[in-house]
Design a protein around this ligand. Sequence first.
Ligand code: FO1
Length: 326
Amino acid sequence: MALAHGANSLFSGRVVALAGGVGGAKLAHGLAQLLPPEQLSIIVNTGDDFEHLGLLICPDVDTVLYNLAGVNHPQQGWGRADESFHVLDEARRLGHDAWFLLGDKDIALHLMRRQWLDAGLSLTEITSRLAQRLGVWHPVLPMSDEPVRTVIHTPAGDLPFQEYFVQQRCRPRMMGMTLRGLEKARPTPAVMSALQQADLIVLCPSNPYVSIGPILALPGVREAVAARPAVAVSPIIGGRALKGPAAKMMAEMEAEVSALGVARHYAGLVRGFVLDASDAPLADDIAGLEIIPLVTDTIMRDVRERRRLAAEILAFAQDQLLREVV
Ligand code: FO1
């Protein structure tokens, strides 16, 4: 393990990453390359979860697990590498409208999750079991054990998140969103304890509304993040999202579609903000929000670039964000 975490000296404290979607999983993986399991926990959005074919699908949790295990689909980012679709093909033949692509290996994981849910295990316990069996040793923590379901308000009515995202390909205009179940949901004790013990919290380059938003909306989480040194990484580069609907959503929610718009969204919550080199002219305006900017290449094309970005963020945090508290 010492070799795998050779850049350990970059940061000596405990790090918590907040993640959702493919960008979040990539940076979480980069951090996991540098920090041992005692120094890194990943808190994952569950607002994208949904029941489908009698299974509980947790796309963001699974995307983090698969990326950390190194078994993710290399191009898509979500789902498994070397996947087959025999079960879905057969279900289609039997009349299933297969708008959501579940591969055979992925279905195996969902069957195990279903079995353990039925046996009374919590989502946190199940995720820990799945992680161990996939050889993932960093704590991957679902944000809550109670169901929270993101619903997108559109002119055509309310759409459960995956219907909006996958079935409708994010085409309907987003007028707002609701987190169904939020009133009964709590962050798990593991989530709260990780946040309270964190020396640094990293808001990954995930969608600020539908990936990071649900985590921050849980009671006590925003306050816990605001109480620790935190850095956010912009998912918007040159006015566009690399993947997913973040840019479209920001425009529809009447936010400025830029790294500055994202920094404004997180103002008051984070001390540091990482933006892409191509957005360097925005750095002064971000500093004007009393947020220290780090300008660097934020596109993670391969595993080496995930690790490099993670290392730069840790060094930046150590040098510039923790001065007052260390
Ligand atoms: N995204 C798609 O665009 N189409 C799919 O058919 C699809 C299937 C899927 C299955 C399992 C899984 O874990 C993720 C899957 N995703 C799919 C991705 C998922 O909808 C999104 O990555 C997240 O919900 C957004 O964060």
